[in-house]
Design a protein around this ligand. Sequence first.
Ligand code: SF4
Length: 210
Amino acid sequence: MTYFLLSITNTCNKSCEYCVVKPWLNNPEYPDKATADDFISFLAKEMQSGDVVELTGGEPTMFPGFIELLEWLKEHGAKVMLRTNGALLDEWRASYSNMVVVLARHDSDEIYMEERKACLLPQDLVIDRVEARLMQTKQDKPVFVSDETSPLKTHPFTKMFHITNDGKVRFMSCCKDDMGTIWDYRPRKYHCCHDCPFALGAWNLAARIK
Ligand code: SF4
């Protein structure tokens, strides 16, 4: 099984103090280059039904072609995770039971959160605040804490890809292995750590999808 972490846009409507992608966020030096069609072309070569695809950013709901990408993933049997601050979260969420939404409050107020929560399905999660012990301070040192929402301590992934919105394909940041871009991708020997916190977090979320 393969896990895809897709950072589909550098655009965001917020500027959180603890944001780990801040240097790239809304920065004209790092414009989005990959379109929904680019992501889909790559996934069509690499993804199998049942694989896990995590959509993040920036704020992924602000990516042009976001719904097109969701539709393709649903049609092709992907389990999807969406990490969002709720910016454009709306009634469309109900169309994707193959997806778990992780809605983060950040600095949003209660009225905003209640409106967004009304769009969620039972499998979804709300993060009202980021606890200090879970705060990710380094890009290549993600934190994974096992609790009642993430009880699984192993994952089934043998392949993992991190694809950014400049189209770059690489293994996870812990490996520092550059595979080029989704336009000139050349497969290499695959690698996936059994205790990878990215993968454990993803698999615990995917397991919420019935
Ligand atoms: S909402 Fe997310 S991507 Fe946007 S600034 Fe905050 S942490 Fe970063």
